[in-house]
Design a protein around this ligand. Structure first.
Ligand code: HSE
Length: 332
């Protein structure tokens, strides 16, 4: 299995470390390890068809701020410059146009490569087209890491709950907002809590996407399209972020034994992101950077899951599960 990693920030480096740390596992399960044959960050790249040393890639990035010595202007040319099986697309997200990530994913699928991505923008904008392209070219497009990081919501719905009629999903899908709101529960001001969420590496490069609700809305779109088989985009979601939540509102909620949480919801009639009052002790009243979701289906009833929705190793955990799924399919 030869992989190309597009994007070498927090997630790309985490995935690379996981590929290194799971070498024995891959060898045991598949009789082969994973070769990283190419990596690019926003301006440089490095390729080697014989395989790059994963830990060296991470240390070079740490020391120099760049993954390679060579600069590039055309990412697609770099993708074409080396033979690989699977693109791991983990570049920064662009909610508005899909950005370079969307171009990379389309190009990889057009050239019949499997794609694993954590990049929300491209999927929120072009979900239907990307799935159709993958199907046409008989490729896999896996995206567990786009929604709630390490919390396995997509594959849970696709695999374990496959025969169920899923009626709704309601949950906390943005760790940054949850961190801010739970710090506000303890009297910390919004701006200070946001700064801390940025320091923890949870917030997006531009955190307005988090606090204005767009990040959660992208996840709502991805869930609606992938779990509910809908064909919706961001403009179909009613979005209210948390920038209007005042310290007074949080205190008032507290006095009634409630907390305010930013809830994303997909239901038959609903496609919404909005701050909601949640009773303390409710499964969705989680604190810190945790994500949580309640899935309701006809046979199982409510299932609640909770986990870390972002972070280096947490998101790499979602990529690892997709990688194993792609490799299992290739094995058959
Ligand atoms: N900015 C996102 C969050 C990262 O805070 O949840 C994970 O998608």
């Amino acid at each position: 299995m030869k992989v190309f990693i597009a994007g070498f920030g927090t997630v790309g480096q985490g995935v690379t470390e996981v590929i290194a740390s799971r070498e024995e596992f891959f060898n045991k399960r598949y009789g082969q390890s994973i070769k990283i044959v190419g990596v690019m960050d926003s301006s440089t790249y490095v390729t080697d068809s014989g395989g790059l040393d994963p830990l060296k890639l991470v240390s070079v990035k740490k020391e120099t701020g760049k993954v390679g010595k060579e600069k590039y202007t055309d990412a697609l040319k770099i993708l074409d410059s080396v033979d690989y099986d699977t693109l791991i697309e983990v570049s920064p997200t662009d909610y508005k146009t899909g950005g370079q990530g969307l171009k990379n994913i389309i190009h990889a699928l057009e050239t019949k490569k499997d794609v694993i991505t954590t990049n929300k923008g491209p999927l929120a904008i072009k979900f239907g087209e990307l799935i159709a392209l993958a199907k046409k070219n008989k490729c896999k497009l896996k995206f567990e890491g786009t929604v709630a990081g390490a919390m396995p919501i997509i594959n849970l719905c696709h695999d374990n709950l496959i025969g169920e009629n899923i009626q709704s999903i309601r949950g906390i899908l943005n760790g940054t907002c949850n961190y801010i709101l739970s710090k506000m529960d303890n009297g910390q001001p919004f701006d200070q809590a946001l700064k801390e969420a940025q320091q923890l590496g949870y917030a997006e490069t531009d955190p307005s996407g988090d606090v204005e609700g767009y990040d959660s809305a992208c996840k709502v779109v991805i869930l609606a399209n992938s779990v509910f088989d809908r064909n919706v985009t961001l403009s179909d979601v009613s979005i209210t972020g948390i920038t209007g939540i005042t310290e007074e509102a949080v205190s008032l909620a507290k006095s009634r034994d409630m907390v305010i949480r930013l809830i994303g919801e997909v239901g038959e009639e609903k496609l919404e992101v909005a701050p909601r009052l949640v009773p303390k002790g409710h499964p969705l009243a989680v604190s810190g950077t945790l994500n949580a979701a309640q899935i309701r289906s006809d046979l199982a009833g409510p299932i609640t899951i909770s986990g870390r929705g972002a972070g280096r190793m947490e998101t790499a955990s979602a990529v690892l599960s997709d990688l194993i799924s792609v490799m299992d399919d290739r094995k058959e």
